[in-house]
Design a protein around this ligand. Structure first.
Ligand code: BJW
Length: 234
């Protein structure tokens, strides 16, 4: 790969799978036993708030039992060392990229360790359970806090930043995502449109695999460190 300065990296649940966090789709996935519309929509939250708060309380608690894996660490090293522009856009709501040391990153689908007030829209750091503790410390609204998670039908965070980075990217790399959820699934086409090379690293071909210049199939804990070493040596 030549003349690469600006890189955008999209990550999904597959990058955290080897840390012990379940992916969403497929056998053993997070939504096995839950219908997505029972959990991950604003309507579901309005219909059964305790169910949704408990689901995310359990996911938040699980973060304390896992650690970043070699794929997160390799991206953090790349972030620290890459002299050009770099942006890691994660769809993940875990904090494993940050815990590995990544700085130039954003969470487009929100964060487990953040709460959002439905009354005043403040976002605040959150640890521990939300159920039974959902009064907003900022505006005082009773029971107004919800998980700071982008549900289906809601607009992902920082789309303006992502769009600008995609337009400037020389290389777009997608890691551990099924390509089933938009707008993230369309980033490869946007990046290509602006002239970026495109690479997919995934355990299996994603839904949009045919859009990529190259697809490498295997576990992120092996493929990502290999790719980072290759890029640093080029
Ligand atoms: C490994 C591995 C290993 C495993 N190594 N790899 C019809 C057509 C097109 C779009 C729509 C439509 N109807 C509705 C829409 C829009 C909708 C959408 O996309 N729906 C689809 C179901 C079709 N999207 C939205 O509503 C979004 N908002 C929106 O579009 O707003 C409009 C707008 C956008 C932009 C500007 C202006 C307006 C919001 C989407 C919110 C998604 N939220 C969730 C939940 C987050 C909270 C939570 O964690 O609970 O985000 S859904 C869920 O899916 C989560 C994930 O971030 C997201 C993607 O999943 P991901 O990461 O790809 O995981 P998996 O499990 O699917 O795949 C894992 C992959 O890893 C697999 O391929 C494995 O093989 C691989 N793997 N082990 C490497 N060791």
């Amino acid at each position: 790969m030549s003349a690469i300065q600006n890189i955008v990296i999209l990550t999904g649940a597959g990058i955290s799978a080897e840390s012990g966090l379940a992916t969403f789709r497929g056998p053993g996935g997070l939504w096995e036993g839950h219908r997505v519309e029972d959990i991950c929509t604003p309507e579901a939250l309005a219909r059964d708030r305790p169910l949704v708060l408990e689901f995310y309380d359990a996911r938040r608690a699980a973060l304390t039992t896992v650690e970043p894996n070699p794929a997160h660490h390799a991206l953090a090293r790349l972030d620290a060392e890459w002299p050009g522009e770099l942006l890691i856009v994660t769809q993940n709501v875990d904090d494993l990229h940050e815990r590995a040391g990544a700085k130039r990153m954003l969470h487009m689908h929100g964060e487990l360790q953040s709460a959002l007030c439905e009354a005043c829209e403040v976002r605040l750091p959150w640890a521990g359970p939300m159920i039974g503790h959902a009064d907003c410390p900022s505006c005082g609204a009773k029971g107004a806090l919800r998980p700071d998670i982008v549900f289906f039908g809601e607009i992902p965070y920082q789309m303006d930043v992502i769009d600008r980075a995609l337009a400037r990217a020389d290389l777009f790399v997608s890691i551990g995502t099924s390509g089933a959820v938009y707008p993230a699934a369309g980033f490869v086409q946007t990046a290509r449109h602006y002239g970026a090379q495109t690479l997919e690293l995934n355990l299996e071909p994603s839904a949009g695999s045919f859009h990529f210049d190259e697809s490498r199939i295997g576990p992120a804990s092996r493929l990502v460190p290999e790719w980072v070493a290759e890029l640093n040596g080029s």
